[in-house]
Design a protein around this ligand. Structure first.
Ligand code: IMP
Length: 428
């Protein structure tokens, strides 16, 4: 019985949702620990195809208690739409709980997200526009609205009075934008509180009880390590900590209770939004990978930038998170490649480096040093055992494990639940 953090190891979109949907069969609790509706976890299972933004990917298993943890910022409009969509597909949400301490994404956050991006001009981050950064800013400013406040009209009204005055100064004086209507926001969000009230709970206490009973727990990350506010490619990052370290604070659990960290890597790399990407493939090679992998943002529909596996970043991610094991997803997307490249180092101003520079200017100048492996040029979507993969594919997976420095426990060869090769027991 163990507590396992399932962490995005690259720039997000690694396929955490499909891995968690699978692992949830053996879990009792799944706790999302950071981010908000900027995430888009695609899950394809017998219930249908879903793009989950806030609801944990364990929701399809009726025995699993799903928690949206204190570290998440919750947009009630997105959450309610998601709950309705799940219900329309026959998926119940009686076991869905929201931390009373989670912060709420308010209408002025999305407006500010857009205005701040415009103001950055050619230095824009390429955010998802969901108001996530501004919601975390308010948390840090200590003017955030929390889920618990939505259940208490007097507190909500008092807090909104202060924060709306502040935001309207910003909107009108700095950005020349129209003000927001505090009374209308109060009525709208009080109603959301009433609708969500039965899901709001002290989820930290629920988690503690689960851990004390020795249940299997999954801590579900959003985004990925390279988008981490501290350790990612700053400033082209998200506003939270998707790393395994962040999972403890965002779920409400002590680091000594975390048993394992599973890193989820795509067999190649993608990135949405701006920022350096040393192994990016431009032109037709990148387009081919994007089409084969359906690499379009689950939240914004934006085309994802695609490139070869970067083992420098992968090792950085593995060390930072302390991964015990890894899952490699979307191996089948490489089925048609005649030759596959892996970046094992960078050339930076005439030197060879195998670490990730903090300086964005230096990271932008890093040129990948590649090793090349032969492709397998055969379909793999039907394979369920590692020994049945073409030998070139087996070697590629083994090489990734070696470079990352962790055992590979899962390999996915397609989107459906059964398209998975299991090499190890994630719950130990
Ligand atoms: P934000 O999280 O909307 O503030 O966006 C900041 C950066 O994180 C942008 O580059 C986004 O494209 C990226 N980002 C945010 N969420 C995701 C995700 O779930 N997958 C991939 N990229 C993401």
């Amino acid at each position: 019985m163990s507590v396992v953090a399932v962490v995005g190891a690259q720039w997000g979109d690694e396929g955490k949702g499909r891995i968690i949907d699978l692992l949830a069969a053996k879990a009792r609790l799944v706790v999302r620990y950071q981010g908000g509706s900027n995430a888009g976890h695609t899950v394809i299972n017998p219930f249908g195809t879903f793009r989950l933004h806030l609801v944990p990917a364990g929701i399809f298993n009726p025995d699993v208690v799903c928690i949206v943890g204190n570290g998440v910022v919750v947009d009630p409009t997105v959450l309610l739409a998601e709950i309705d969509e799940l219900a329309a597909h026959g998926v119940g949400v009686a076991n869905l709980f929201l931390s009373d301490r989670a912060h709420v994404v308010m209408p002025y956050h999305a407006i500010l997200d857009r205005l701040e991006e415009e103001a950055r001009g050619d230095q824009r981050i390429g955010t998802t526009g969901r108001g996530i950064g501004p919601a975390y800013v308010d948390k840090v400013l200590r003017v955030g609205i929390r889920m618990v406040d939505l259940l208490d009209p007097a507190t909500l009204r008092a807090k909104l009075k202060t924060v709306v005055a502040l935001k309207n100064q910003l909107l009108t004086r700095i950005y020349g934008a129209p003000p927001v209507d505090g009374d209308a926001i109060f009525e709208e969000y009080r109603a959301y509180g009433a609708r969500l009230a039965r899901h709001v709970a002290d989820t930290g206490a629920m988690l503690q009880r689960g851990v004390a009973r020795g249940e299997n727990v999954i801590l579900e990350g959003g985004q990925g390590t390279l988008l981490d506010l501290d350790h990612g490619t700053y400033p082209y990052v998200t506003a939270s900590s998707p790393t395994a370290g962040g999972s403890c604070a965002g779920a409400g659990i002590g680091p000594t209770r975390l048993d394992r960290a599973l890193g989820v890597f795509k067999a190649y790399v993608t990135r949405v939004g701006a920022g350096p990407f040393p192994t990016e493939l431009t032109g037709t090679a990148g387009e081919a990978l994007r089409e084969r992998g359906s690499e379009y943002g689950a939240t914004t529909g934006r085309p994802r930038r695609c490139g070869w596996f970067d083992a420098v970043l992968a090792r950085y991610s593995a060390q930072l998170n302390g991964f015990d094991a890894v899952a490699i997803t979307k191996l089948d997307v490489l089925d048609e490649e005649p030759a596959i490249r892996i970046c094992t180092g960078y050339r930076l101003d005439g030197r060879v480096v195998d670490t990730v520079p903090a300086s964005l200017a230096e990271f932008s100048r890093c040129e990948p040093i590649y090793e090349e492996m032969p492709g397998w040029r055969r379909p793999t979507g039907h394979v369920r055992a590692i020994a049945d993969l073409p030998v070139e594919a087996q070697r590629y997976v083994a090489r990734l494990g070696e470079l990352i420095g962790c055992p590979v426990e899962l390999v996915s060869v397609g989107c459906s639940r059964e398209q998975i090769i299991v090499l190890g027991e994630v719950f130990g």
